[in-house]
Design a protein. Sequence first.
Length: 234
Amino acid sequence: MKVIPIITLLTTLLLFGCAINIKDGDDIQFNKHKIVSEFVAKSLPREERLKRISSDIQKVGFKRIRVSGVFDTFSDSALSIFKHQNNIMTEHKTMLDNHRDVLSFLMANKGKDKSQLAQAINDFDKSAKNEREKIGPKIKEYERASQKISDENTKLTALITAQTLKLAHIIYSQGDDLLGVQGIQMLFNASKVSEAYNLAEIRLHLAKVANEFINDEKAIIDIAKQLQSLQDAD
């Protein structure tokens, strides 16, 4: 049977050169869109970085492309990760919108030691007109919300890495599964293979970029933890 050699040749031609390979400072061309690269994302101010990643996720979208049972299982997994990472980004943005005053306070007091942080909280809350304006309770709420988001993000880190590695070998490591009906199905859907591959690839890329953004936010979460520990010790 010559189906497998034909499929191998076909998919090699379709997938050759699909892997994301860009120079520092470049965006990634995906269909008609320019998608932010890891390098560019990390070079942006945090607010602009969040906005750009969120916008690019919407540009890529959440549509499904059916190719074959084997590949569809993988691409559905990539889509699931992509959706979950988008949800985490949305939760993070909502948290920031709801705690702008806390974030400003944390950034203004970045780098201070424990005694300086304690004094900063005390000075701020002394000037508050009422309990609602005090920063202390708000910091506790911020820390709880941000820790939940950080924990969810950490769970996705390993999944993104595993699926990205699997994508590079999906065609060649699933030879037995591509036999018979699977192989013929892939052959008949050849026009969709490259599109589905590129879509899974860009989704995993953006999930990684978003994941790294949340990880980089840990520095702010750590300040909140320090402040909360000071308050709990009082």
